[in-house]
Write a protein of this length. Structure first.
Length: 61
């Protein structure tokens, strides 16, 4: 999505890299507030994230 490493995203979010890894692997589910924080760290709007997610779901059908 943005070309960041897990470590770079973790630094932006001020969380351990292992937190990002668990989110990416599905071991950890984000709260809505955490989703907004990740969007901010990635420099994208929640609307854009939701649109990309919906497009991905539609491609899988």
């Amino acid at each position: 999505m943005s070309g960041l490493t897990q470590g770079e995203l973790a630094m932006r979010l001020e969380v351990p890299q292992s937190w990002v890894s668990k989110v990416e692997s599905g071991e950890r589910v984000l709260s809505f507030v955490e989703v907004l924080e990740v969007c901010s760290a990635l420099g994208i709007s929640f609307r854009k994230l939701a649109t990309q997610f919906k497009q991905g779901e539609n491609e899988g059908k």
